[in-house]
Design a protein around this ligand. Structure first.
Ligand code: C2E
Ligand code: MG
Ligand code: MG
Length: 759
């Protein structure tokens, strides 16, 4: 896998995991917040409910006291201050039973008696002697309403007290006021209970100015505090809110800080004298265990998350390390430490993307196998390392190289000028020869190199595989050169070799699968202007649809002997075609077929031919065998023998390409041929500088053939002038593109043979 892709995947995986962590964290935080909020709501409800209960208990206590006073007032109504002793005694008695701090009665004139339970003394007091708070309460009772006074300082007991006052009636009229006073601490008893918020909360009674009236003994804050605003346990912004709420007799939730912890507090107005109940939550009430469990879960989750993150980072680092190792193994050559072929290709891709021009060089060490065997692998490895060093030293910025395998090095050079590339690569090879490590037995290390310079602008379009094949082709050629030389890739030569390779390896299969096809080219009778015959020419249509022409394979087949097979195959095709025409009621024209030397001298040649004639039931007179002049060079007598035998069966024999080689009139004279085909060279020469001379030669040849009763065919008729000329020379037949190119046999039948249908 590509390193970049691997890295990207790794990064993506990490990001995804990280994202997952963040999502888990966020969900955790949201859930915790939601849980907190609902717990807080539950807690608030609990605080409100419990504070309400305490408030009711205080109010019930006050109600009870009022009822007591009202009952007493019913009895007292029958007394008058005139019977003051008896009155005072019953008042004192009543007070002792009810445990008020003081009790007093005032008549409408403001005269009264005041008793204290722990003192026997009965004070005669006037209303004017009472403190303002008590007096106001008494005056309210004069108006017929029960009243509770604000707290005030009682100088006798030295305590802060408050008083209740109820009107006293006689015969339906208010005759006086009964007053009873008590310490505010009477409420302390139930405020001190440990049941507030399941034992984790405290309840205080405070005044609207924030002053502590009754302080619960169970408290977290030191009891030195005078008001709730002292010592900044409550932040100033919260203080402001609390003040406003208290002034407006509203309930409010808030927070206070103590010892680094935050505590929830709740103020509830009692609705009397500006008194408030202050509930403090020192734990989380009944929800403390839920909170605790929640916290444990949150801490555990955070721990797991931290562990995940740690593992994530750890595995990322581990994987990166492994990745680097894999990368090293995958992209580096273990022997020299240079890039390997895979990495080289990646780098080359990058160059191509940047549209930079380059040339590719393949370097080999001569006789490397031999060096390995004789000097040992260790020495061979050192040599490879030396080659790597020399290359490395020679390359300029942006140039790349690799060791692919064995002694094969690839280079991508920024130079694209043949001379420069040659100079640089030869310098590398010379330097290796000069500095090869520990050269033993005077052995000189030599190298060879193949190079390809892609055409300008073609780099990116060239397929990598083709480039490598090309450079290897060049390398194989370079191996044939002398020491330390570069061979540059030649596309033409490569193509030729490729075709030759293809031809040789595919010829038998192609013959079996019918890839060789017969094309026909008309031979025109120049006297009548009609079709005088045709020449069968072979075409190779490969399986992948390519067309290979005879000059690409005939010379090769002549060398390897396959030509004899092919020619016989073509004779069979010709016979088949003649049969087809005859079966279709068409009068055939003679068809010429080219015959190679090997076939011509095969001992079974004549027999093979006659077998074919029999097989297809055709007459030999329709077949002209074209032979080359070269056949006569070796043994003209033997050739003549053969020609005679062929003619005896009915075949005609034609000499092809006369005039293209070292033609001699001697040959012409000595062979019993029926037809002479003048090579297209004649027509080409006649239109050239020495035209007149060639015209004379041609004229003489034709004259001679007339004497020898040999008919003449001129090849390469391409223009009306060509035709006019050969007609003027009294030639018999003309063949060439002027009449038609060689065309598939079926097409030939359609174009030239239709008019020859019998009857
Ligand atoms: P050839 O027997 O002399 O065939 C004539 C060649 O000249 C043919 O090339 C034909 O296409 C070409 N030609 C015909 N008219 C003109 C023209 O007006 N101008 C030009 N420039 N060329 C013309 P082709 O088919 O490529 O064959 C080349 C040679 O290959 C043949 O020369 C022949 O020697 C050999 N050949 C072709 N088919 C066979 C075969 O079946 N067996 C053997 N042994 N040789 C064959
Ligand atoms: Mg021919
Ligand atoms: Mg020819």
């Amino acid at each position: 896998m590509n390193e970049r892709i691997l890295k990207a995947r790794l990064r993506r995986g990490m990001l995804l995991t990280l994202l997952l962590c963040v999502v888990i964290m966020t969900v955790g935080i949201i859930l915790t917040a939601m849980l907190n909020r609902s717990l807080n709501t539950l807690l608030s409800g609990q605080m409100e409910q419990e504070t309400e209960e305490y408030k009711n208990r205080i109010l019930q206590q006050i109600d009870k006291d009022f009822q007591t006073l009202q009952t007493l007032s019913a009895f007292l109504g029958d007394y008058s201050l005139a019977d003051s002793e008896e009155f005072a005694a019953s008042l004192w008695d009543a007070n002792r039973q009810n445990e008020f701090l003081i009790m007093a009665y005032f008549n409408r004139n403001g005269d009264g008696v005041l008793v204290r339970p722990d003192e026997d003394a009965v004070e005669n007091v006037g209303l004017g002697e009472l403190g303002g708070e008590a007096r106001t309460a008494v005056e309210t009772a004069y108006e017929g309403e029960n009243a509770v006074s604000w707290l005030f300082w009682d100088s006798v007991s030295g305590e802060r007290i408050f008083v209740y006052s109820v009107p006293v009636y006689r015969n339906g009229e208010i005759t006086g006021v009964l007053m009873a006073g008590d310490r505010i601490e009477v409420f302390a008893g139930f405020l001190d209970e440990e049941a507030v918020l399941s034992g984790s909360g405290y309840m205080h009674l405070i005044g609207s100015e924030g002053k502590f009236l009754v302080r619960s003994q169970q408290t977290i804050v030191p009891d030195t505090l005078n008001t709730i605003y002292d010592d900044d346990y409550i932040s100033s912004s919260e203080q402001g809110k609390i003040r406003t709420a208290l002034e407006n007799e509203e309930s409010i939730f808030s927070y206070m800080q103590y010892d680094g912890k935050s505590y929830r507090i709740y103020f509830e107005p009692i609705g009397l004298n500006g008194w408030y109940l202050l509930c403090v939550d020192a734990g989380k009430g009944i929800l403390a265990s839920v909170y605790q469990r929640g916290q444990i879960i949150a801490v555990t989750l955070a721990g797991i998350l931290a562990l995940c993150l740690f593992l994530l980072i750890y595995s990322y680092r581990l994987m990166r390390g492994y990745n680097r190792q894999i990368h090293d193994i995958a992209y580096h050559d273990a022997v020299t430490g240079s890039d390997n072929y895979l990495r080289f290709c990646q780098k080359l891709d990058e160059r191509e993307r940047q549209r930079e021009r380059y040339s590719i060089v393949a370097l080999n060490i001569r006789q490397f196998k031999f060096i390995n065997e004789i000097f040992g692998q260790q020495y061979a490895n050192r040599l490879l390392c030396r080659v790597k060093e020399v290359i490395e030293h020679t390359l300029t910025r942006g140039e790349i190289f690799c060791r692919s395998n064995a002694d094969l090095f690839y280079l991508a050079l920024a130079d694209t000028e043949r001379g420069t590339v040659r100079r640089r690569v030869e310098a590398i090879m010379d330097e290796v020869s000069r500095s090869a490590p520990g050269v033993q037995n005077n052995y000189r290390v030599l190298m060879y190199a193949g190079a390809v310079i892609p055409e300008s602008g073609q780099e990116s379009s060239i397929d990598r595989e083709k480039l490598v094949i090309s450079v290897h082709f060049a390398l194989a050629r370079a191996k044939l050169l002398t020491a330390n030389r570069v061979w540059f890739y030649d596309a033409e030569l490569h193509k030729k070799e490729e075709v030759e390779n293809y031809v040789e390896s595919h010829m038998y299969g192609a013959l079996r699968s019918g890839e060789f096809q017969m094309y026909l080219q008309p031979k025109m009778n120049l006297h009548t202007g009609e079709l005088g015959g045709a020449e069968a020419l072979v075409r190779w249509k490969t399986g992948d649809g390519r067309m290979i022409y005879p000059d690409q394979f005939i010379p090769l087949f002549e060398k390897n002997g396959f030509c004899a097979e092919l020619d016989m195959y073509m004779v069979e095709k010709v016979c088949g075609q003649l049969r087809e025409w005859m079966d279709a009621g068409i009068t055939p024209v003679p068809i010429s077929v080219n015959q190679s030397k090997r076939l011509f001298f095969r001992s079974s040649y004549l027999k093979d031919l006659t077998n074919l004639l029999e097989k297809y039931g055709v007459s030999a007179k329709w077949i002209t065998l074209e032979i080359l002049e070269g056949l006569a060079m070796e043994n003209a007598d033997e050739l003549n023998e053969k020609i005679k035998k062929l003619q005896a069966v009915g075949f005609k024999v034609s000499m092809d390409d006369f005039g293209s080689g070292y033609s001699s009139l001697n040959t012409l004279g000595s062979l019993n041929i029926d037809e002479l085909k003048l090579d297209r060279e004649f027509l080409l020469e006649i239109s050239g500088e020495k035209g007149e001379r060639f015209r004379t030669i041609m004229e003489q040849i034709i004259n001679m053939t007339k004497c020898l009763r040999i008919s003449t065919v001129v090849e390469g008729v391409e223009t009306p002038e060509n035709e006019r000329l050969i007609k003027a020379l009294d030639c018999d037949y003309g063949q060439g593109y002027y009449y038609s190119r060689p065309i598939p046999a079926a097409e030939f039948s359609k174009s030239f043979m239709r008019g020859r249908a019998e009857g």
